[in-house]
Design a protein around this ligand. Structure first.
Ligand code: GMT
Length: 386
């Protein structure tokens, strides 16, 4: 198949999933065309069967707000026409689903119809999409898509609860290439962070948005230190809450035990020195970061919300705690950090669970099957009557 993929190319789970999906599909012989405003950040190697088409936005003085969604639509039309795309797959509804549906309608008038698959990732439904300024457009764009997927059962249900949706939504979870993503030997890196001391490394990775509750990560770590554990907290990523969080570490007097690494690409290397991954989000549709941690034998402690129970419950890889309950979070972390046997058991279970349930091969095959279904249905609908 010739597939156009649109995503946010900067840091963020939906961009990572879209990029890894494109890569895996290309490896299976499909031709992939990424359409975005910059090269997706994990698409950093030249790969056979993958092309990148940059969307450039005209910055005419009249435009206080350059209409990116329209430039994207025009690029989708152009690429679909000249590369002979069979399908457009967009990640994150706003504005990608809207642009794709409009592109399909333009193409239908000019040439032929091309089906649109929209994948819902999280805040496009749980936060941004529910803002009154977007709701009607998001509802329309989901209903007008030829296929819709969500990354968890939670997100599927949330979409039905929050919007007036008339189409089926298929759940296809996120995935990871377990053959290439695993714990590496990185003792020198651990020494660089912790010195010679036997310290525990607690890790958090996010975009430091309010929804991630990063101050709760710091407060939990503070309690862990107070209970006598010697350790370092590594904070990876950047975003609006970072300055507050930096100030909080100073207010609590733990700034020397906390390292802000900023935005980082070598996530696998960093995960490889972690003893525990901590995620205290107030909402999380799936939890790609804990999935990556589990693939690297890192036990997890996560909020008991959204799609996280679907990932963690039954995995034996860690604990779930009520959002905002710092006591519960620190208690769960203490159990894992102070019991070596439990830690080893959870680390092993984490990796095994991911290999069994979330490996690229199995999940990408679900996308392939779904594309075929959507293309066949669209073709049948386009047949002349009689
Ligand atoms: O909203 C974000 O924090 C980023 C967002 C994205 O689209 O980049 O992440 C969402 O999609 C990820 C990939 O499917 C999921 O793993 C995250 O759980 C989800 N984030 C939220 O729901 C907050």
């Amino acid at each position: 198949m010739r597939i156009g993929i649109t995503c946010y190319p900067v840091y963020g789970g939906s961009g990572v999933v879209a990029t890894e999906l494109g890569r895996a599909l290309a490896a299976r012989g499909h031709e992939i065309h990424f359409i975005a405003y910059s090269l997706p950040f994990r698409l950093n190697k030249v790969t056979e069967n993958i092309c990148f088409h940059e969307v450039s936005v005209n910055r005419y003085p009249l435009f206080d707000f350059p209409p990116y969604a329209l430039s994207l639509t025009s690029k989708m039309v152009d690429v679909a026409k000249h590369e002979g795309l069979d399908l457009l797959h967009v990640h994150y509804a706003i504005p990608h689903a809207t642009s794709a549906v409009l592109a399909r309608d333009i193409l239908e008038k000019q040439l032929r119809s091309i089906p649109v698959v929209t994948t819902l990732h999280g805040t496009d439904i749980t936060i941004v999409g529910q803002d009154a300024s977007y709701t009607p457009v998001v509802t329309y764009s989901i209903n007008a898509s030829d296929g819709v997927t969500a990354v968890s059962n939670f997100l599927r249900q949330e979409t039905y609860d929050a919007f007036d949706i008339e189409v089926p939504i298929k759940v296809i979870p996120n995935f990871i290439d377990t053959n290439n993503f695993y714990r590496l030997q990185k003792q020198h890196f651990k020494k660089a962070i912790c010195g010679e001391e036997d310290q525990k490394v607690v890790l958090h990775i996010s975009n430091f948005r309010r929804v991630k509750n990063v101050p709760h990560v710091v407060k939990t770590f503070h309690q862990i230190l107070q209970q006598g554990v010697s350790g370092k907290l590594l904070l990876v990523g950047d975003g609006p809450d970072r300055s507050n969080v930096e100030q909080l570490t100073r207010d609590l007097g733990i700034q020397d035990a906390v390292r802000f690494l900023g935005k980082q690409d070598p996530i696998q290397e960093i995960l490889s020195i972690a003893d525990l991954f901590l995620l205290t989000s107030g909402s999380e549709a799936f939890g790609l970061a804990p999935l990556e941690a589990m693939a690297c034998n890192v036990p997890v402690v996560c909020s008991d919300i959204g799609g996280l129970p679907e990932l963690v419950e039954g995995s034996g890889a860690g604990y779930l705690c009520p959002v905002g309950d710092i006591e519960a979070f620190s208690e769960a972390c203490m159990k894992i950090l102070t019991d070596d046997a439990l830690h080893s058991q959870m680390a092993k279970a984490a990796r095994e669970y991911v290999v069994r349930n979330y490996d690229t091969d199995a999940i990408v095959a679900q996308y392939e099957g779904y594309y075929e279904e959507v293309i066949a249905k669209a073709a049948a609908n386009n047949l002349p009557a009689g």
